[in-house]
Design a protein around this ligand. Structure first.
Ligand code: AMP
Length: 285
C-alpha cells in the first residue's frame, strides 16, 4: 500500500493510473478509522482497481470552539485497517500542504447547508465541500464513497457534483452501528461509560421513528419528533435538533414526499453525536 503525503505526488500517481485505464475509488475520511469507514473501503474495493483512502482532519470545517485540536488520531492503526480492507493507497497530507496561507477560493452551498447541522455549524459544509473538491482534483476518482451516517453531508456532496459537473459517481454506504446500536463514530471515544450508555437513547429514537414512519408515513412526523426529544432529554442529552425532512431536498415533508430523512443531533457530556435513518414513504415507491 502506498502512502502519499504531498497532494502533487498523489495527483501525478492518480493521473498515471487513469492513463493506464484503471478505475479509481476514493474514500475521504478524517482518520481514527472504525468499522463504519471499513465498510466504505469494502465498497470502494468492489468499484475500483485503485482504492485511495484520504486521512485528513480538515481544519476549515471546524469552528474555533470545536474539537479540531483534540480530534483523535491513530495513523498507524488507520494504515493497518486500510491495508486489511484492500486499499492501495493512503493520502495523509499536512494542513500546510492542503491550504496555501493566502487561499481565497471556497466551494459553498447556499440552501441545503442552512438546515440541520448547518444551523449550529454555519461554516462546516463550506469547509467540507472545499476539501472534498480538492480531494477530487488530487485523487481523480471515478467513484467516491461516503457514509449515510453523515446524511446531510452526503446529500450536499451529491448536489455539488451535480451543480459543478464533477465527473465522479457518488456511492453511499449504510450507517454502521456498534453492538450496543450506537452509531459508530470516531468521536465516541470522548464518551464516558455512563454517557455511552445514555447515548443509546439516540439510536432507540431512530429505531422508533423508522418503524412509525414506515407504517404511518408523514402522519407520524409529530409523534416521532416528540418521542425523540423527550427520550433523549430524559437520558440526560441536550438535543440540538430532531427533524424529519424530505430526503430529496431537505425541505418540510408533504403527503407527496416519496422519502424522508429522520435526523438527530444531541450532546452527551461534551460530545455532539448525530444519527439518522432514511425512510421510504408507504405507497410512494
Ligand atoms: P469521518 O472520518 O467521520 O469524516 O467520516 C468519513 C466517512 O465515513 C464519511 O463519509 C462518513 O459518513 C463515513 N462514516 C463515519 N461513520 C460511519 C458509520 N458509522 N457508518 C457508515 N459510514 C460512516
Amino acid at each position: 500500500m502506498k502512502i502519499f503525503r504531498q497532494g502533487a505526488e498523489l495527483q501525478k500517481y492518480a493521473l498515471e493510473c487513469k492513463r493506464s485505464g484503471k478505475q479509481i475509488a476514493l474514500v475521504p475520511t478524517m482518520g481514527f478509522l472504525h468499522k463504519g469507514h471499513a465498510s466504505l473501503i469494502d465498497i470502494a474495493r468492489q468499484r475500483g482497481d485503485e482504492v485511495i483512502v484520504s486521512i485528513f482532519v480538515n481544519p476549515t470545517q471546524f469552528a474555533p470552539n470545536e474539537d479540531l485540536d483534540k480530534y483523535p488520531r491513530d495513523f498507524e492503526g488507520d494504515c493497518k485497517l486500510c491495508e486489511a480492507h484492500g486499499a492501495t493507497a493512503v493520502f495523509a497530507p499536512a494542513p500546510e500542504d492542503m491550504y496555501a496561507p493566502d487561499r481565497s477560493i471556497w466551494v459553498d452551498e447556499t440552501t441545503l447547508s442552512k438546515v440541520l447541522c448547518g444551523k449550529s455549524r454555519p461554516i462546516h459544509f463550506r469547509g467540507v465541500l472545499t476539501v472534498v473538491s480538492k480531494l477530487f482534483n488530487l485523487a481523480q476518482p471515478d467513484v467516491a464513497v461516503f457514509g449515510k451516517k453523515d446524511a446531510q453531508q452526503a446529500i450536499i456532496i451529491k448536489r455539488m457534483v451535480r451543480d459543478l459537473n464533477f465527473p465522479v459517481e457518488i456511492v453511499l454506504g449504510d450507517l454502521i452501528r456498534d453492538t450496543d446500536n450506537v452509531a459508530m463514530s470516531s468521536r465516541n471515544r470522548y464518551l464516558s461509560e455512563d454517557e455511552r450508555r445514555r447515548a443509546r437513547s439516540i439510536s432507540e429514537s431512530v429505531f422508533y421513528a423508522e418503524k412509525e414512519l414506515k407504517q404511518r408515513g408523514v402522519d407520524a412526523v409529530g409523534t416521532v419528533i416528540q418521542y425523540a426529544e423527550q427520550h433523549i432529554a430524559e437520558a440526560g442529552g441536550i438535543v440540538d435538533y430532531v427533524e424529519v425532512l424530505d430526503s430529496s431536498d431537505l425541505t418540510e415533508p408533504t403527503a407527496e414526499s416519496s422519502g424522508v430523512l429522520f435526523a438527530v443531533a444531541a450532546v452527551f457530556g461534551t460530545t455532539r453525536l448525530i444519527d439518522n435513518c432514511f425512510v421510504d414513504m408507504p405507497g410512494k415507491n
